[in-house]
Every structure is written in C-alpha cells, then in structure tokens.
Design a protein. Structure first.
Length: 302
C-alpha cells in the first residue's frame, strides 16, 4: 500500500477515537486501560524474533524511560477522555492535537533545542487560538447572556483545560520516549511503552476500586474498536509511515483528525460546534500547521 494512502487510512481511524470514547459509558480509566491493553495484544503476533531480542536488551535506564513515557501516556488518555465529557468533540480534539506545539516548546525549554522564528510564530498562533477557543464563549456570554448559558461555558472551559493537559502529557510522552525510540523499532517501542502505560492504568483502576470485568458486551466491543481503530490502524500505521514519508508531511496530515472527528460528531452525535469554537479551532490548526511545517524534513525523534 502507498504510504500516503496508508496515512490517509490512519488519520481516518484516529478520527473515530473521540466518537468511540463518547459512546462508552465505562469509567475513563477503564476505557484507557483496555484501549492500550488490547492494542498490545493485537500487535503481539507481529513482533518477530529481532523485535523480541531488542526487548530483551532493554537496560535499566531505558526501562525507566519507558515507565516515564507510559505514565505520561496514561495521563494523556485519562484526562483527554474526561475532557470529552465536558466540552465538544471539536474543541477537545483540536486542543489535544496541538501536541506538536508543546513538543517544540518542551524541547526548547527542557532540551535546549533551537526553535526557528517560524516555529515560535506557530506556537504563538496556536496558543492564541486556544485562548480564543476556551475564553471566547465566556466573553460572548458576558456581552450577550442569551448567547450561551454560563454553566455550559464553565463546563466547556473545564473540558478544554483537561484537553490542554492531555496535549501537554502526550508531548511529555514523546519527549520522554525520544532516546528509547532511537534504539527500538516501531513494534518493540509500542509494546514496551504501551505495556508500561497499561500497568499504570491498571494500578489506578485497582486503587480507585473500579470493576475490571463487569461490563456490558457492547462496552467490550467499543474497547476493542478503540484499540484496533485508533490504536493499531491509527497511531501504529502513522509510526510506520514516518519511515517512508517526511516528518512534516505526517505531522501536517494529522491536522485532519480534528476535522474528521468534528464531522463524525455532527453525523453520529448530532453535535454541531458553535461558530466561536470553529473559529478558535481554525486558529489553533493554523498554529499547528505553521509549527509542524517549520520542522526540518526527515524522520522525527518521536
């Protein structure tokens, strides 16, 4: 299959994630736990002898990095899933997809990596869009109280804040996993980090006293769909595409996720985002595009 076609399929698969999460009534920690666990199980048959040898050679430092990346990924899933309970799919997915902005900012602040003027401009545009997306409705409600109920505005701001935390967490996952990714192929990398993530989520679920197995059959179908769709056909294929396409092509293509998720939400959830959300989201996407296109072509460190 052509890498561009595969990438298109991956973006479509990733776009279903928010819809599947919304359809499930299980606790968010449980959704995340089984999405990650089933992804590892689905990929296990594809791990060959060379991959297993790479896994066996992981040292203590790499194991610690894997745990750190797994913790960050677990936080990302839980807070993003929770954000979808409080704000629109369009706002949540757009904000959480801004992770390239936070990867660039984090690499600049924590690793001393240089950010070009174009990259800095993109970061600024995206952040301005997030402010407009989150606080624009509140300002509109202050001017015209009939525009949107204050309680909805407050709830949406909370959901947007959770999505922002999810974007920061997944940026931390990418930054933590950089050195580990250099020494492992796609499948060993996904296996070790997702296993660490699943163990973290399992610990949280047990600590919260959440039931692990007593869920309706349709919930298990949704858990499997989250793993096979966004997990295997989505993010795993994106990682594969990174070996065949320039990184900025892949990064920019992922801007299709907020668009696809928003359209699916309109059709499947009857959720039409307000004009302010669409405008703010468009500014965020513009900022992400500028940031992603400012990166040097070539395979990324993620």
């Amino acid at each position: 299959m052509s890498p561009l076609v595969a990438l298109g399929v991956a973006v479509l698969a990733i776009s279903t994630s928010a819809i599947l999460v919304r359809w499930s009534d299980a606790p968010n920690v449980i959704k995340a736990l089984y999405r990650v666990t089933f992804t590892v199980v689905a990929l296990a048959p594809l791990v060959d002898g060379g991959d297993r040898l790479s896994l066996a050679r992981i040292g203590r430092r790499d194991a610690a990095v894997a745990v750190a990346a797994g913790v960050a990924l677990a936080v990302h899933f839980v807070v993003w899933f929770e954000s979808l309970d409080h704000t629109t799919v369009a706002a949540s997915v757009t904000i959480v997809q801004a992770q390239p902005v936070f990867v660039a900012a984090g690499a600049w602040v924590l690793l001393g990596e240089r950010v070009s003027r174009r990259g800095a401009l993109g970061i600024g545009i995206a952040l301005a869009g997030m402010v407009a997306l989150s606080f624009g409705p509140a300002l509109l409600a202050a001017v015209d109280p009939t525009a949107e109920p204050a309680a909805d505005v407050t709830g949406a701001q909370y959901g947007n804040a959770l999505a922002l935390l999810g974007a920061v967490a997944v940026a931390g996952y990418y930054l933590a996993g950089r050195s580990l990714r250099r020494g492992l192929g796609v499948l060993p990398y996904v296996t070790v980090v997702y296993t660490a993530c699943a163990l973290v989520l399992l610990g949280v679920a047990v600590a919260q006293g959440l039931p692990l197995v007593s869920y309706a059959p349709h919930e298990w179908v949704l858990f499997a769909a989250m793993a096979l769709g966004p997990g295997v056909l989505g993010h795993t294929v994106v990682n594969w595409a990174l070996g065949h396409l320039e990184s900025h092509v892949v990064s920019v293509s992922l801007l299709g996720e907020p668009v696809g998720s928003t359209l699916l939400a309109v059709v499947l959830l009857s959720e039409v985002p307000p004009p302010g959300t669409l405008l703010g989201g468009a500014v965020v996407l513009a900022g992400i595009y500028v940031t992603a296109s400012a990166r040097t072509p070539g395979r990324p460190d993620q």
